[in-house]
Design a protein around this ligand. Sequence first.
Ligand SMILES: Nc1ncnc2c1ncn2[C@@H]1O[C@H](COP(=O)(O)OP(=O)(O)OP(=O)(O)O)[C@@H](O)[C@H]1O
Ligand SMILES: [Mg+2]
Length: 190
Amino acid sequence: MKAFRLVITGNPGAGKHTSARLIADRLGAEIIDINEVALENDAVLSKTSHGADVDVKKLGKLLATALKKKDSFVIVGHLAPYVLKSAGIDMAAVLRRSPNKLESTLAERKYTREKINENVSAEILGVLLYDAIKAFGKRKVGEFDTTNRTPEETAGQIIAALQKKSAKRVGVVDWLAILSEEEVQKFFAY
Ligand SMILES: Nc1ncnc2c1ncn2[C@@H]1O[C@H](COP(=O)(O)OP(=O)(O)OP(=O)(O)O)[C@@H](O)[C@H]1O
Ligand SMILES: [Mg+2]
């Protein structure tokens, strides 16, 4: 396959790294982890209980310089829409995962209730999808629901979209339609 520049983003626990590793293996490309680049280059302002506050301006500049030198890559991170420019990428895959599954994954990782709610409510509202469309343009963005799929299936779907063997779609996931009012209230309780 010709050179490609693929972004994988989505909320923590959506399945980004698992899918990215499979895709990078299959296509023989390098994975770049946005959080690692931030940590290695002093672009972290302060560490928090689960993650870090990142200097997005500094990180954006660092990544722009680093990516210019590369042909093909899979770049992964929930910060992607805030630190990458549309011109430097071919496609952005936004991974989606049902609120209940995301909740259990984050609970297994010992996130606090507050952090779980912060991430699950962002997932319900589709914040990252919206921000990815704003950053990269609708034409470059595809939404992939990992909820009832294996990592291999998700990787296959993303590769097919990247190779234009299937159309990218956005606006296909609507968690509000499947949640009860009580569930919504729980995730939005602060
Ligand atoms: N279709 C799928 N694609 C990818 N991962 C999946 C899928 N189904 C289940 N998983 C599982 O989801 C879990 C979370 O995946 P992963 O750690 O890759 O998330 P992440 O988005 O990289 O999270 P973080 O942002 O915290 O790094 C893993 O246990 C993974 O095996
Ligand atoms: Mg990960």
